[in-house]
Design a protein around this ligand. Structure first.
Ligand SMILES: NC(=O)c1ccc[n+]([C@@H]2O[C@H](COP(=O)([O-])OP(=O)(O)OC[C@H]3O[C@@H](n4cnc5c(N)ncnc54)[C@H](O)[C@@H]3O)[C@@H](O)[C@H]2O)c1
Length: 260
């Protein structure tokens, strides 16, 4: 049996994961900012900030696995990325070390490789080509995990998540889509797999037009995707512009994030 703490539990991923994985772990702690969260009786809620190392450490006492979701999940001004995604991720790893957590499952992103041309396949071993400050922050998180693994033995699974949606929303997502069902299974595998060491896998469904080699995910943590975005291909017209790079609009010099 495993006890799990989610950061960012009130967000889109957190909400779907908590429902999809309900009953799978013997203790679930939700570390949330100030948002109201509709927790059920089996979930413990801790309201705290990511920059509060003491509160994070306290919340992680007795926890086996931290699923670190809290972040700005889009491009944003550097100062905001720095506070939430870089300083915040440092605090989560450091608190995990201090509290004796066994593993951190880190919500990374495909935007760490977003500048690769759409004509090229990429696997976890390819050099990073981040497409945004956001992508750079995820490169940082993966590197920080490497340090905490090598120096202090913390187990780390980096999930380079594609586009986690109920259905693909644009042409690019025919390649990058991660269905809700596959996303729940991916995180379940990352939490329960024995002895992962330090590992990076893609969080993507079995898309016919996929770009990312993900054999490692099946071999290492037993993740086998079941959905294929191709089943939704009729949503998009053949005239829709094909993406030139994996990261889509994040690679556009004028892209500042949705609504910015
Ligand atoms: N949704 C996707 O398709 C996708 C794709 C790739 C990676 N990811 C990553 O997965 C994670 C979850 O994404 P999401 O879509 O659920 O995002 P979301 O914006 O819906 O949720 C993120 C949560 O993090 C919290 N948060 C942000 N900054 C914080 C801070 N400084 N202190 C405390 N809490 C803070 C927010 O309050 C929110 O509840 C993120 O790390 C994101 O980068 C998501």
């Amino acid at each position: 049996m495993t006890s799990v703490l989610y950061t960012g539990a009130a967000g889109r991923l957190g909400t779907v994961l908590r429902t999809g994985l309900a009953g799978q772990f013997d203790r679930v702690v939700l570390y949330v900012r100030e948002e109201a969260i509709d927790a059920d009786a089996t979930e413990e809620v801790v309201v705290g900030r990511l920059d509060d190392l003491a509160a994070l450490t306290e919340a992680m006492r007795g926890v086996d696995v931290v699923v670190h979701l809290a972040a700005i999940a889009d491009e944003a001004p550097w100062e905001d990325i720095l506070a939430s995604n870089i300083d915040g991720t440092y605090a989560v790893f450091e608190a995990a070390r201090r509290a004796g957590v066994r593993r951190v499952v880190y919500a990374s992103s495909h935007h760490v490789i977003g500048f690769y041309p759409a004509t090229e396949r990429v696997g976890p071993a390819h050099p990073v080509r981040p497409d945004s400050y956001y992508g750079v922050s995820k490169v940082f998180g993966e590197a920080l995990g490497r340090l905490y693994h090598d120096k202090w033995g913390l187990e780390v699974v980096n999930l380079r998540i594609g586009c986690f949606r109920p259905e693909p929303e644009d042409f690019r997502q025919l390649s990058a889509w991660l269905s809700h069902r596959d996303g729940v299974e991916l995180v379940r595998c990352a939490v329960v797999a024995p002895e992962v060491g330090y590992l990076t896998v893609y969080g993507v469904s079995a898309n016919t037009r996929g770009w990312w080699d993900n054999d490692e995910a099946a071999a290492s943590i037993g993740y086998v995707a079941r959905d294929d975005a191709e089943a939704h291909a009729e949503l998009f017209s053949a005239d829709d512009p094909a993406p030139s790079v994996h990261g889509g609009q994040f690679a556009d010099p004028s892209y500042r994030g949705v609504g910015r």
